[in-house]
Write a protein that binds this ligand. Sequence first.
Ligand code: UD1
Length: 392
Amino acid sequence: MRILTIVGARPNFVKVAPLMEELGHHSDIETVLVHTGQHYDYEMSRAFFEDLEIPEPHVNLEVGSGTAVTQTAEIMLRLQRVMEETQPDVVVVVGDVNSTLSAALTAVKMGRPIAHVEAGLRSFDRAMPEEVNRVLTDAISDFLFVTEPSAVDNLLREGRPKERIFLVGNVMIDALRRFLPHAKRRAVPPELCARSKHNGGLAGSYGLVTLHRPSAVDNLGTLRAIWEALEEIAKEVPLIFPLHPRTQNRMKEGGLCGSWQDASNGVCLVPPMSYLQFLKLQSEAALVITDSGGVQEETTALGVPCLTVRENTERPITISEGTNLLVGLNAGRLVQEARKILRGEGKKGQVPTLWDGHASARIVRTLVDQVGIDHLSATGRYALPSRDWRAT
Ligand code: UD1
């Protein structure tokens, strides 16, 4: 069996690492890894391949920056040639970024079966580019691998057949479990400690911040209000804020960057961090403030309190079971909830079932079974069984 796997942006790399490792255990599977080049800075791409021990991609499409339309179209054009040459039996796409949708569209147009890892998540907010990517990718995927029960319900509601939906757990948490011991051995960079003006540097508690979504950073008024809230929180605890290029660009455009750089207000701005460095800081943080999907899940797995600066989440299990709390784009609420956490009144939470580090193994086993079964059912000799891993 030949599997073509596509990655393009930072969160994809984390999801594909455990899958590539698992696929490597199957000598009867040939894997072709394609990087679209959507993320291309060292910190946003290469550093993740190194930390997560992902094999060198066979092909890099080098699409780089552009509008969503240009990115999508360029990936499709360049990927078509790769699929013509490699003739994969299955195309595996992960997550919800522009590269995910582009690859799925190319595969369906070329008659190739698609497996979507992290299917079914819905924020029900079509203003988010990722939501459009999710809905469209799921509509054309043949194998839908999901992380939480709400995603099964969403897919069934959208008419996807039950026997194509597999509740397997969370590959991002596979990566976390595999690499947490490595991350723990990392030191906090001395530069970070030196720049933190709080007594004891970062030796005591600290908070970690990530923000990059258009809803939080594209409107200067919203960005300014969030920034002021962070300054308020930083009076009580130092904050480390690794900047996504999009956020950095918005800050420059808004004339905010200059005054943000000295950390004298307790907020330490740093370049994007490698996976292991970020995981180390995340695992020991007193609180995390984010608008990222993956970070909501990682904090739940780590038991670290998380405040999500968004009006909705496509990952409701992080709220119903985990440590996550939605504060909206409400700066006052952000400060209030952060203070509660710092007083020890944060949510405790529990780790969802099947977030146990074995999702990749379940996915690969299912693919091996199902692709064979599909072949047989095409000849009318086999009916597709459904599988619920909770029962096994
Ligand atoms: C993308 C994903 C988002 C994910 C995020 C994680 C989509 C629609 N969004 O958002 O779901 O949470 O990645 O990082 O796919 N840039 C650089 N260097 C890079 C990469 C990007 O400077 O290595 C710049 C781009 O030129 C662009 C901006 O950052 O100006 C945004 O990049 P883009 O790929 O459009 O999406 P992200 O905001 O990173």
